[in-house]
Design a protein around this ligand. Structure first.
Ligand code: SF4
Ligand code: SF4
Length: 504
């Protein structure tokens, strides 16, 4: 790509502010530091080890065990808040990266992940599996099972990193990371380069290739700089790569071409590797990429991931309200199925079959109403509207996870007290947020998410169909509206508290 084209591309997709969070004194320095990420990871790694210990040896009572309270109540609540306010902070500090990095250092540079699997289908499967196992095995109520899930996570991430060159576990498998990738597209921050002409003259492209080398390597780059009079002149800069360098982007994103937060784990390795300090963690309008044409690849797996995740939010919440038991009983009675099979049926239909069939039906209807069957392939139509499912999906998950978090936001304190052998102050820390306030927050995020989704869908319809924009919008608007209405109905029902029942 020529420098001019690259410049245009960068301008189009770059965050629309010049605010770089890495310029904040102290914070920027810490995050840019070679070991900066480890400072975030080590406390979380230690916390994960404590969770495993408590899960396997502590009281097998969900609200009193770290293994159940921390991940199922607090982690999930804090993740959605962080995604909304900042970005993919959990992946940035993910403790599962520590054994992965170790594996990478030990490995003999394995092979690339099989091409046929380089997509999001496995991630969709692993998300489905996690949600289904959570419900069918009552993971939220079982500290020991949750501890084993954490152990399995460490083993899987270590094994995959040892075998494959890229961060295949993060990019193609991890359900937690996939959730974060999808909803960080609504976040107000994004990794971006600052000057395209600097990237064009950078010889090593360390942001993706890494600045690590077994032997010291020195080269000189001719980098354009703007002088005091505003003119651009060239400056020779020495670049030193060597054993103290860092790895390049694990998920194979090339910083100058980043258009989206999809696949970005916010590890900042690109920032540390770039020899010209040309990458920032930039503030942008929240969800800016959702409004941009071609910010996402037009691929079935990505489109369905986003849409299925929104529907799974509804199904997941449905699994916690009384009608699910009535439905399960009816299915068991009428079809002679076990409890687990009925649950699998509900999850498969509601979380996979329904979103796929409804999406395809709506896309076909849109093509028919706008007479664009020949102009836009079905895949393009679905891909164009897929980003509009991010805000509504995020609203659904926020309403769900926020509920559990706000029911007992401080309950982690007595659990920690008990874990370290102190007297647990249950009465003091078992305070719940006002139920009216929780209900209000749920309505606000659901309706707000729906309106945001409608705005994106409307923009897409007008851009694609111009005079037939209304006809193009209608089927998608109806689907989004039904999704919101179903979610509102579910959240208006009494919900199980799961792991956050207040102890007397
Ligand atoms: S290493 Fe830095 S300057 Fe070089 S291409 Fe990457 S972002 Fe641009
Ligand atoms: S190295 Fe890759 S994954 Fe990490 S912050 Fe940079 S672009 Fe994102």
């Amino acid at each position: 790509m020529t420098a001019k084209l690259q410049q245009r591309e960068m301008e189009l997709y770059r965050p629309n502010t010049a605010i770089d969070l890495l310029q904040i004194p102290g914070l920027g320095r810490l995050l840019r530091w070679s070991w900066g990420r480890l400072v975030l990871q080590i406390p979380l790694f230690i916390a994960a080890v404590f969770l495993i210990i408590d899960g396997l040896t502590g009281p097998q009572v969900a609200p009193r065990n770290l293994a159940t309270v921390a991940p199922w109540v607090h982690y999930r609540g804090l993740v959605v808040i962080a995604l909304l306010l900042v970005g993919n902070l959990f992946c940035m500090g993910c403790p599962f990266h520590i054994p992965r990095t170790l594996a990478k250092r030990l490995s003999l540079r394995g092979r690339r992940f099989p091409k046929i699997l380089r997509n999001k289908w496995i991630a969709i499967g692993s998300l489905f599996l996690l949600f289904f196992l959570y419900e069918s095995l009552n993971l939220w109520a079982s500290p020991s099972l949750t501890a084993w899930v954490i152990v399995a996570y460490f083993v899987a991430s270590f094994a995959m990193e040892a075998v494959f060159t890229e961060s295949a576990f993060c990019k193609y498998v991890c359900p937690l990371g996939t959730f974060n990738f999808v909803y960080s597209t609504a976040s107000p921050t994004q990794i971006a380069t600052k000057r395209a002409d600097v990237c064009a003259n950078c010889q090593g492209k360390e942001c993706i290739n890494g600045s690590w080398a077994s032997q010291p390597i020195i080269r000189t780059d001719e980098i354009p700089i703007t002088n005091e009079t505003g003119d651009i002149e060239t400056q020779a800069r020495q670049v030193d790569n060597g054993p103290l360098g860092v790895l390049g982007c694990g998920t194979q994103l090339f910083a100058p071409q980043i258009k989206s937060n999809l696949d970005c784990v916010f590890c900042l390795d690109c920032v540390r590797a770039c020899p010209h300090e040309n990458i920032g963690l930039m503030v942008r309008t929240p969800g800016r990429e959702l409004m941009q044409v071609d910010a996402w690849p037009k691929k079935w797996d990505i489109s369905f991931l986003v849409i299925i995740l929104a529907f799974m939010g509804v199904v997941n919440a449905f699994g916690m309200v009384p009608p699910v038991y009535e439905l399960q009983n009816a299915l068991m009675r009428n079809f002679n199925l076990t409890e687990m099979l009925t649950l699998l049926l509900i999850f498969l239909v509601g979380g996979i079959l329904l979103p796929i069939s409804l999406t395809l039906a709506v896309a076909c209807l849109t093509q028919a109403l706008t007479q664009t069957v020949k102009k836009y392939p079905l895949r393009h139509t679905v891909a164009a509207f897929a980003p509009s499912f991010v805000p509504i999906g995020f609203g659904i998950w926020f309403a769900h996870y926020g509920f559990h978090f706000l029911i007992a936001p401080l309950s982690i304190i007595p659990v920690i007290q008990e874990f370290v052998g102190q007297t647990a102050e249950w009465a003091r820390f078992s305070v719940s947020a006002d139920s009216g306030l929780i209900g209000l927050i749920q309505v606000v995020v659901l309706v707000g998410g729906f309106l945001w989704s409608m705005l994106i869908a409307q923009r897409t319809a007008l851009r694609l169909y111009r005079r037939r924009g209304v006809q193009g919008l209608l089927p998608w608007a109806l689907l989004l509206f039904l999704l919101m209405l179903t979610a509102l109905n579910i959240f208006s029902l009494p919900m199980e508290m799961r792991g956050s029942v207040l102890l007397s």
